[in-house]
Design a protein around this ligand. Sequence first.
Ligand code: CP
Ligand code: NVA
Length: 313
Amino acid sequence: IKETKKKDFLTIAEYSPEEIQHLLNEAVQMKALQKKGIPHPYLSGKVLGMIFEKSSTRTRVSFEVGMIQLGGQAIFLSNKDIQLGRGETIADTAKVLSRYVDGLMIRTFGHNIVEEFAENADIPIINGLTDTHHPAQVLADLLTIYEHKGKLKGLKMCYVGDGNNNMCHSLLEGAASCGMHISTASPEGFEPLSRIVQGAKQIAEKTGSVISIGNDPIEAAKDADVIVTDVWTSMGQEAEAEERLNKFKAYQVNEELCSFAKDDFIFLHCLPAHREEEVTANIIDGPHSVVFDEAENRVHAQKAILKVLMESK
Ligand code: CP
Ligand code: NVA
């Protein structure tokens, strides 16, 4: 990680495979310290601002808890309350907040919004989910898979569902970074954005990951070590919910689909989930599911991001 200039965390792809590995190592170490009750106040006296333009349970609480465990504090800023929601510019908001806080986490719609914050702020900007990327979640997913499988390189991940969303995009980049193979299956017209697939394939060339984008859930699930899905209707797409319900029916993660995976596959979902839509209850609540480890790991993975970006050098 460059130490000369402030660094943001907007996508997985802007970090090298070595840097992603470094973040995972930091997360493993701090998780162990936390479990043993050993204080690790790397961000003592530091403050993280957190702007939310969309709802959140996990992201809000895990970032706030992470800052407290690191000896700092976090401030929740709803766009309903701050002047940004009344039209104050992103540039002015970024410049003002840079004078108050040491880092800023943002959950918003267009990815260009976090990029504009990053360009105008003097402090690290952390992506807490945009329409096209959810990198903090995927770092937690990689940590979870590593904990359950003991490795990442060479595993096969299967992603079934909406390919053109934040989770699928960040998983493509995350799998590529870690040398994990990834096969996606989405209805026609809901494939991942090709520029993100191309970027992931470039990373994959270096790491040996094989990326396959398709429309056949069975093909994607065959011999998978990890099965992942996400909601069919993401935040901001509510008007399309009914149409999506029909188009995605054949892309449910259920017992039949999982029978094509390895016997010891694990199931991940970033949550919130809709039982009997994208995943059946017997899978998400069954023995292969690691969704609550995954949710817990948001804290540990994000502490690594916060430490690496915000610790005084
Ligand atoms: N997975 C996730 O980001 O959850 P929240 O929307 O609750 O933050
Ligand atoms: N794809 C989902 C993820 C929620 C954490 C959404 O954007 O709503």
